[in-house]
Design a protein around this ligand. Structure first.
Ligand code: ADP
Length: 437
């Protein structure tokens, strides 16, 4: 983090400095060029006056300085301080043409005679001839060298900005490194208090979540041990009696049936635990497909019809075909658990109605029974693992205490909502609201 802040601050500093330097030197160059043209113009004015009165001999008397060229209106060189013996050789150059046309011409171009970049100033005299003064551009650039110290200042500024960037980066990062989350009140930086408070709050939330998960895990383990131990104790007791030969021969068949029943309970319990732990880990098979809830419910009801008939309970399917996207086996398991409960907790001669109806963006699947109902104070808790309303009769009624937990987790897996309406003595209706396809 320190490195990133340092790099970014430094790069910004350097960029600003480079832009400033380019602007500074550009302006300085422009100004020097303008000043040089001004000086050439001034000088040309004086020389013109001397030339008009003294003629070419005036020019010859002028000492070393800028190159002076005198040209007539046809472009013939009358005098050139650089080439005293080459009169008449100059052809019309752009600045001279400009002077002949507009009275004045300025150009920076390569001199044909010296090959050097040169500044030219040409001026039309009163007699129609042109007086031209020129100075090599290198002389102008030399003047720029006077701004050399500025360069050194820039380098110095660059170094200072590097040191400052590093210090700023450290100053930003240090307070964050110094935060003591166990003693946030010790912080020296009040600006960081809201951040520290937020981190503290999150830490507390995580701690609470971990504690509640741990509590749930402990409760679940205790419940599982208890649920496993009860049938195992019965099985072991029956087996012990039978092995000791203390059982009347006519009771052997009854005991064997009990051992079989308890073993089936154990198998169902282990099955449900496996299903729930798969849902907890979200490792349900990813085979999502189009599932018609109406035909699926029909299949589930067909599977339960024999059990229902035994208790004189009527099963009915209403509604219409409706497709949702989901894991077939899991939805089937959820509907089975709901229907199984609706039969188990029903009264003789009662009924179970499964209804599948599309509504707006949802498909509602409800299982309604005319059974014993669930008292209001238990309605929220029946979806908890191993929660049973009537613990004393759980053994004879059967069930693992995990059926509605599987329904709740399966619904969450499909993004479906679960709702429960129940009235003791009248019956229960549990509805699953799936997102329609
Ligand atoms: P179980 O295996 O005991 O049926 P569930 O998780 O399926 O476990 O249900 C939890 C408890 O909710 C049941 O023990 C029962 O007391 C109550 N319950 C569930 N469904 C019904 C229903 N249709 N009518 C009355 N009570 C129900």
């Amino acid at each position: 983090m320190t490195k990133t802040i340092f790099r970014n601050t430094f790069i910004t500093g350097i960029s600003v400095l480079i832009v400033c330097a380019v602007l500074f030197f550009g302006i300085q160059y422009r100004q020097t060029v303008d000043e040089t043209y001004g000086a050439l113009e001034q000088e040309a004015v004086y020389i013109e006056q001397g030339l008009m009165t003294g003629g070419v001999s005036y020019l010859e008397k002028l000492g070393d300085g800028n190159r002076i060229t005198w040209i007539d209106s046809s472009g013939t060189v009358l005098y050139d301080s650089a080439f005293a013996n080459q009169e008449g050789t100059e052809k019309t150059s752009p600045e001279v043409s400009d002077a002949l046309e507009d009275g004045e011409g300025r150009k920076i171009r390569k001199s044909e005679s010296s090959g050097e970049s040169t500044m030219y100033y040409a001026r039309k005299c009163q007699d129609g001839t042109v007086l031209r003064l020129s100075r090599p551009l290198s002389a102008v650039q030399k003047a720029l060298v006077t701004v050399g110290p500025v360069l050194w200042v820039l380098v110095l500024v660059l170094l200072i900005s590097a040191v400052l960037s590093f210090r700023i980066a450290k100053q930003i990062v240090n307070p964050i490194n110094d935060i003591d989350l166990d003693h946030p009140e010790i912080g020296k930086y009040p600006e960081l208090t809201p951040l520290i408070r937020k981190i503290q709050e999150q830490k507390l939330t995580i701690q609470e979540e971990v504690a509640s998960r741990e509590e749930m895990r402990r409760e679940f383990s205790a419940n599982v041990s208890h649920e496993l131990k009860t049938p195992l104790t019965s099985i072991s007791g029956f087996a012990e009696l039978m092995s000791q030969g203390n059982v009347d021969p006519d009771k052997v068949q009854e005991f064997s049936k009990d051992i079989y029943k308890e073993s089936q309970r154990l198998i169902a319990l282990v099955d449900d635990i496996i299903k729930l732990s798969r849902l907890d880990e979200d490792s349900v098979e990813p085979e999502w497909e189009n599932v018609d809830l109406y035909s699926l419910s029909g299949e589930v009801l067909d599977g339960l019809r024999a059990v229902a008939d035994k208790q004189g309970i009527k099963l009915k399917l209403t509604g219409s075909p409706a497709t949702v996207s989901g894991v077939y086996a899991l939805i089937s398991e959820m509907v089975y658990n709901l229907c199984d409960n609706a039969i188990k907790y029903n009264t003789p001669g009662g009924s179970v109605i499964v209804d599948v109806s599309p509504r707006d963006n949802e498909v509602l699947l409800s299982v309604k029974d005319t059974g014993i109902g669930i008292p209001p104070e238990h309605q929220k808790r029946v979806f908890e693992r191993f929660y049973r309303v009537d613990k004393s009769h759980s053994k004879e009624i059967g069930g693992t205490g995990l059926g509605l937990s599987i329904v709740k987790h399966g619904a969450a897996h499909h993004g479906a909502k679960v709702s429960l309406e129940s009235e003791p003595g009248k019956g229960t209706k549990i509805t699953l609201a799936f997102r329609s396809k």
